[in-house]
Design a protein around this ligand. Structure first.
Ligand SMILES: [Zn+2]
Length: 376
């Protein structure tokens, strides 16, 4: 491969899956930001706000039990904000549902406690830890994403609760295709359903049934399978993204929930630039390292791009930070992660190497993977 082409405005490379560039070399995540901030093809936020109001009124009317909406919550900043917004700003009566994560951090545990301050009913769902461990290992080996089980759990288990408790509305945070780029039709998508989950729910093409083996039965995965269409229709459950109706600004949300007691991490994780993201995922650095080896960019780039598009940092400064930060891993996490999934570090290294994109990486004299061409 010749040199990677980068977006002219942000740091995204052409190697990022589902990212498209216009004729001027600007990526669609940057174009979405333009629309969000009222430039070209601007989103009519007043209209979207009215749409949301109508959805809430409909949900209140259709609620058959105690709750008029459900908010999936992980302990991260986005989901805590969601609960806060639904309860305190929109006057709804949400049920918070947590799909317990295998690598929850002490900060994440604390942040889930903050829900008590906000004052909502809260359900923790813990999938059989033996099955979770097997799925973590498989996700890591096959697609280089040990969070497969978390993604599927977060986007699926809440719908089971919604169907069974007759809750008409499930509210997710931002639409990842809008904020981070994705196929055109998905960017303005307001509805989150089975089809969305299948294509964009970060499953990376692995379905639940692909995970079945001698140790994992389809029965074990029942809660990770989306409720049947007829159940969804009968219960008239609508899933949607809050970020499609209101201008999403994580830094403003974070300030608000801090007042409720929410905390960021003691410091930014290895490979990240900010301390207020992924507070609930201990091994985020390992996942992001694999992303870096596959596509040549990591978590710091995602975070810097958002600040860049909000005009809070220059492209030049971002690039310096991204080069220093992307793809870094905390060695203690590697030791702990290997212990958890019961593999040797040599096996870990082989798996990591199996994801290296040889078109863009080469080994230097120290045996480290480095990009063939300097990022620019
Ligand atoms: Zn861009």
């Amino acid at each position: 491969m010749s040199e990677i082409v980068y977006c002219r405005r942000c740091l995204f490379p052409e190697t990022k899956p589902d990212l498209f560039f216009d004729a001027d070399g600007v990526c669609d995540a940057c174009k979405s930001a333009d629309r969000k901030h009222g430039f070209e093809d601007a989103i009519n936020w007043d209209k979207r706000k009215d749409q949301f109001k109508a959805i809430l009124e409909e949900a209140k009317k259709n609620a058959k039990g105690k709750y008029d909406c459900l908010v999936p919550v992980s302990g991260g900043k986005d989901s805590t904000w969601q609960v806060y917004a639904m309860k305190k700003i929109h006057g709804m009566n949400p049920l918070a549902v947590t799909f317990d994560q295998f690598d929850q951090t002490p900060t994440g545990v604390h942040n889930l406690e903050v829900l008590r301050e906000i004052g909502v009913d809260h359900v923790h769902f813990t999938l059989n830890p033996n099955i979770v461990k097997a799925l973590v290992k498989k996700g890591f080996e096959i697609i280089g994403d040990h969070y497969w089980v978390n993604h599927v759990g977060i986007y699926t288990v809440p719908f089971h609760f919604a169907v069974n408790f007759n809750i008409p509305l499930v509210i997710f945070g931002e639409n990842p295709q809008f904020e981070y780029g994705g196929p055109e039709a998905s960017r303005d998508n307001l509805v989150m359903d089975r089809a969305w989950r299948q294509e964009f729910g970060l499953m990376r093409g692995l379905r639940e049934e692909d995970m079945v083996d001698d140790d994992i039965s389809l029965q074990d995965l029942a809660m990770l399978q989306f409720p049947a269409d007829e159940k969804m229709h009968r219960s008239e459950v609508l899933g949607t993204f809050y970020g499609q109706y209101f201008k999403w600004d994580a830094s403003i949300h974070t300030e608000l929930i801090r007042k409720e007691g929410w905390r960021s991490l003691p410091c930014a994780p290895a490979g990240s630039w900010v301390d207020y993201e992924n507070c609930d995922m201990k091994y985020i650095d390992i996942r992001e390292r694999i992303k870096y080896l596959k596509f040549g960019y990591g978590r710091a780039t995602d975070q810097l791009n958002i600040e860049l598009r909000n005009g809070r940092i220059t492209r030049e400064d971002s690039l310096i930070i991204a080069k220093e930060t992307d793809g870094k891993v905390n060695p203690d996490n590697v030791v702990e992660f290997c212990k958890y999934i019961e593999i040797e570090e040599s096996e870990y290294n082989e798996i990591m190497d199996s994801f290296v994109n040889y078109d863009i990486f080469e080994k230097n004299e120290l045996g480290e993977w480095t990009l063939k061409h300097e990022r620019k």
